[in-house]
Design a protein around this ligand. Structure first.
Ligand code: THU
Length: 134
């Protein structure tokens, strides 16, 4: 699976975005170590605060299919600068792989690559221990 193929999957799913309020359609494609791709698009809501990001949708689809070992994610939106995941999505991705590769692209091929570890250098972690009392 090349980066371009992952970006293409994000471009395709972006056409399903439900973004009547922002008119900012986003597509995301998440690659697992086993070579599977899970996709998501943003799903807005009239409340605005219930809006789901494309990245969240892709993570949810993968986890619901029993996949948690993620190696890369592509995100596509039609912005001047390639879009980067919001803070909440960075934390959601870091839950599964804080070193995930993040490829972000505009539909006309302006591409940037980041490590999730540079987008979210200090993810929240380590609370499992405090939930245990054995
Ligand atoms: N959005 C995403 O889905 N992913 C991003 O990385 C950036 C923002 C969505 C949320 C909202 O529906 C719209 O884009 C504008 O922020």
């Amino acid at each position: 699976m090349s980066n371009q193929q992952l970006v293409d999957a994000a471009i395709n799913v972006r056409s399903h975005a439900h973004a009547p309020y922002s008119r900012f359609a986003v597509g995301a494609a998440l690659l697992t170590r086993s070579g599977k791709v899970f996709v998501g698009c943003n799903v807005e809501n009239v409340s605005l605060r219930l809006t789901l990001c494309a990245e969240q949708g892709a993570v949810s689809a993968a986890v619901a299919s029993g996949e948690r070992d993620f190696v890369a994610m592509a995100v596509v939106a039609d912005s001047t600068e390639p879009v980067v995941p919001c803070g909440g999505c960075r934390q959601m991705l870091a839950e599964f792989n804080p070193d995930l590769e993040v490829i972000t692209s505009t539909p006309n091929g302006r591409v940037e690559k980041y490590g999730l570890n540079e987008l979210l250098p200090r993810p929240k972690q380590g609370i499992l221990e405090s939930f245990r009392n054995d």
